[in-house]
Ligand binder design. Structure first.
Ligand code: BG6
Length: 486
């Protein structure tokens, strides 16, 4: 793996959860892989007045917990942590930005990355102060975490402010799902082979299901979550980006704009929801107390930081349609939620069954032709087919062709490792462009508004289950079923 160019990575939100759980472990792995040049520095910023030693002690403890024993090496960690500096900064203080500018003085020739892992309300102010303190030089880039805004209007206002400081080529709107290994594999499968393309359309595909199920709850992020909800946290970004990768036309190259042009077309072809269709084709749920992985867990409304009559959704299921030549008539069933029965993210492509059966029916019923792309917990790609059982009778049974993605046993990169290195390399292919983001907001807004003005609360589901019954009905009434509901 080639070393990247020298950089200064400045993280706003340096004491936050994302920095400890994802960014620092990702950078540690890149350090161990020899990808970080000697001069690369990580400058974390936070409001708290901490000494460097105190910060390192705290970040080490939290980050270690995310690094598997197998890959943790105390000496390497020691060397890696010498790259980290902590500085106190109040995002509303010009003086603090001027101090930061003094600190970064003399490294203008390096790539400078400002990673904004704060509330999106602060993005515009931070960028303006970066400009005022002369920190946003031409070698600098800004990374914006999701969710970017609360709706189209707020996202647009933030983007306009950020763009007054950084042009679009220097803005990296991150959606870590795009950096996942299995998503790269899905693209490779589709655009690196000729055999799937003729099958990849309405004549052959009966339906597509995308599930991002989590067994975890709000994990100490109660206040954030209650103000955000699953629609803004998962649907508007992760789920929609996966949908784009499944449904997009082959781009003319992997160049960032070519890929993003095709994703944008998918979003623009999505059938718009109306208040009436939201009632029929969208389900929102909220978990109640229940049992997850043999442990009793409280209801969402009883979690710390959640208001007792909260109507924030922790689950969504939708039936979406893409109105274009390739996908006309193919339902896309999307589902995501917290405190569900399992922790699994997968894309399932269901092909039509046979037009006419000449073999006796198998014990399992109808013939199965299905492609499963699993993102987690274990990445895999499985093609399900019917094959003849050994013996003299012509009885078929479902078998699966399992693509070994673990290869030589090499460690898979975490999404943030890939994406952070892409920012340093200046590769925007796996980042979201402003028009894409706007189109995604535009599509989810009718759903959001219908729910916000509805007097009906979300449908409750016991923690540890696949969501409210209505999510099952949504698909069963089309004569189909969720993949885990066999
Ligand atoms: C984040 C959401 O973007 O993605 C979290 O804010 C969610 O609520 C997480 O748990 C899921 O990511 P992953 O990679 O663990 O599937």
């Amino acid at each position: 793996m080639n070393a990247v160019n020298p950089f200064d990575l400045v993280i706003f939100g340096g004491t936050g959860d994302l920095t400890a759980r994802k960014l620092i472990p990702a950078l540690y792995h890149r350090h161990c892989a020899g990808q970080l040049p000697e001069q690369a520095r990580i400058i974390t910023l936070g409001r708290r007045d901490l000494s460097r030693d105190d910060y390192l002690a705290s970040i080490s403890e939290k980050s270690h917990a995310q690094i598997s024993e197998k890959y943790f090496d105390a000496e390497q960690w020691q060397a890696f942590s010498s790259r980290i500096e902590y500085r106190k900064l109040d995002a509303n203080s010009d003086d603090d930005f001027n101090n930061l500018a003094d600190y970064l003085q003399g490294t203008q020739d390096r790539i400078r990355i400002f990673y904004l892992s704060t509330s999106p309300d602060l993005f515009a102010g931070i960028c303006q102060r970066l400009a005022r303190s002369d920190l946003a030089h031409e070698n600098s880039r800004v990374v914006l975490e999701k969710p970017l805004g609360r709706d189209l209007e707020s996202a647009d206002a933030i983007n306009a402010c950020v763009e007054s400081v950084f042009d679009e080529k220097r803005i990296y709107r991150i959606d870590h799902y795009l950096g996942k290994e299995a998503v790269q594999n899905l693209m490779a499968l589709r655009f690196g082979n000729s055999i799937f393309e003729p099958l990849w359309s309405h004549g052959k595909i009966r339906d597509v299901q995308i599930t991002l199920a989590e067994d975890i709850g709000v994990e100490g992020r109660g206040e954030f979550y209650d103000a955000t909800g699953t629609l803004r946290d998962m649907l508007q970004n992760h789920l929609m980006q996966l949908l784009c990768i499944v449904a997009m036309e082959p781009p003319i190259s992997m160049d960032a704009d070519n890929v993003r042009d095709e994703k944008l077309k998918v979003i623009r072809s999505l059938e718009a929801f109306t208040p009436e269709t939201v009632k029929v084709n969208a389900v929102r749920g909220q978990y109640q107390a229940g049992i997850v992985n043999d442990e009793k867990v409280p209801a969402y409304r009883d979690e710390p930081g959640i208001s007792e009559d909260s109507c924030t959704e922790t689950f969504i299921a939708l039936k979406a349609r893409i109105n274009n030549w390739r996908w006309s008539g193919v339902p896309f069933y999307l589902r995501t939620g917290k405190r569900m029965h399992e922790q699994v993210s997968e894309v399932v492509i269901n092909f039509y069954s046979l037009p006419h059966a000449i073999y006796p029916a198998s014990e399992q019923g109808e013939s199965v032709n299905r492609l499963d792309i699993r993102l987690q917990p274990q990445e895999s790609v499985e093609l399900h087919l019917m094959a003849k059982q050994a013996g003299d009778e012509n009885v078929l049974k479902p078998v699966k062709l399992d693509l070994d993605l673990t290869g030589s046993g090499e460690r898979h990169l975490d999404a943030y490792e890939r994406l952070l290195m892409d920012v340093v390399r200046g590769n925007q292919t796996l980042f979201v462009r402003r028009d894409e983001l706007n189109a995604a907001w535009e599509w989810v807004e009718p759903i959001m508004k219908t729910w916000e003005t509805s007097e009906k609360p979300p449908q409750f589901y016991p923690a540890g289950t696949p969501g409210p019954h209505a999510a099952r009905d949504l698909i069963v009434r089309d004569g189909r079923h969720w993949i885990d509901d066999d």
